[in-house]
Design a protein around this ligand. Structure first.
Ligand code: 6PG
Length: 269
């Protein structure tokens, strides 16, 4: 458990905003957000392991989460690594040692450290043929989670980021993967990047017991205003808005928790 004996002031959010289907935790600074989220995640992981013996956790890619992963690797948080299954929300179609690899980012920041030897790290094989790698990941999910045909895994926690175009994982606006409902994981060609990606699908992400979205820095101000501002204060977004901003299609049974800093939250009220 988190070492609560050492009384360390954990900075609280400056604002907590409620939205239909979402809670927005706003922190003054990224460091405060990271410390608070890391402690919340450690407590959650230990509570889940105590309750059901295993913690299934899906990692976000990109650059934002690296600082959180480095914090989570520190042993003072006592994550139950030996009882943890680590999954990936998406992957670039590159080898695991490539600087673009989400696996490499998580490995270097967290998974390589001694305390973080997770029982099972389920890497997406970005080095393989995309369709083959996606099918392999689906089977690995079915086997490890004991899924019945047509079933979806219920990750205890899924971490996501958001791109400035509203994509999450590798569910980019206008790409075929956004509308897929009968697969767990697919290969998705992202035309404007000229590349293939591997990504969990919207229903897979939505079956997570909890979803946390991290968005930090002024460059996220515009998209956060789009997805959490205006009419988002009073209503869940419609199909057209979900197509435009795929992150909004991820709808778990619990409120999505958005972790943002004031630089990104800007005028959100
Ligand atoms: C990826 C991610 C992607 C990421 C967003 C935000 O493979 O790039 O999975 O969905 O979370 O693009 O990226 P940043 O954290 O770098 O802003």
């Amino acid at each position: 458990m988190v070492d609560r004996d050492r009384a360390v002031a954990v900075p609280a959010p400056t604002r907590v905003l409620q939205r239909p289907g979402a809670i927005v935790m706003v922190f003054a600074h990224e460091d405060d957000l990271v410390e608070y989220a890391a402690r919340e995640l450690a407590t959650l992981a230990n509570d889940v392991v105590d309750a059901r013996g295993r913690f299934d956790w899906t990692l976000a890619g990109g650059s934002t989460p690296a600082v959180l992963y480095r914090r989570l690797a520190r042993e003072d948080l006592s994550l139950p690594w030996s009882r943890t299954h680590v999954w990936f929300g998406d992957e670039r179609c590159v080898p695991p040692g490539d600087p673009q690899s989400n696996y490499k980012m998580a490995h270097d920041a967290m998974l390589a450290s001694a305390p973080a030897r997770a029982a099972h790290v389920h890497r997406m094989h970005g080095e393989d043929d995309p369709a083959v790698a996606a099918a392999r990941y689906e089977q690995e999910l079915r086997d490890a989670c004991g899924l019945a045909p047509g079933g979806f895994p219920a990750f205890d926690l899924t971490l996501l980021g958001i791109g400035e175009d509203g994509h999450t994982a590798s569910l980019f606006p206008g790409t075929t993967a956004v509308a897929v409902r009968d697969r767990l994981c697919v290969a998705n060609h992202v035309d404007h990047l000229g590349t293939w990606r591997l990504t969990l699908t919207t229903p897979t992400l939505s079956h997570s017991r909890r979803v946390w979205v991290f968005a930090v820095g002024g460059r996220k101000r515009g998209i956060l205003g789009d997805v959490l501002g205006g009419s988002a204060k009073t209503r869940v977004r419609d199909a057209g808005e979900i197509a435009r901003w795929p992150v909004l299609g991820v709808r778990p049974a619990t409120d999505v928790v958005w972790w943002v800093d004031e630089a990104g939250a800007g005028g959100l009220g």
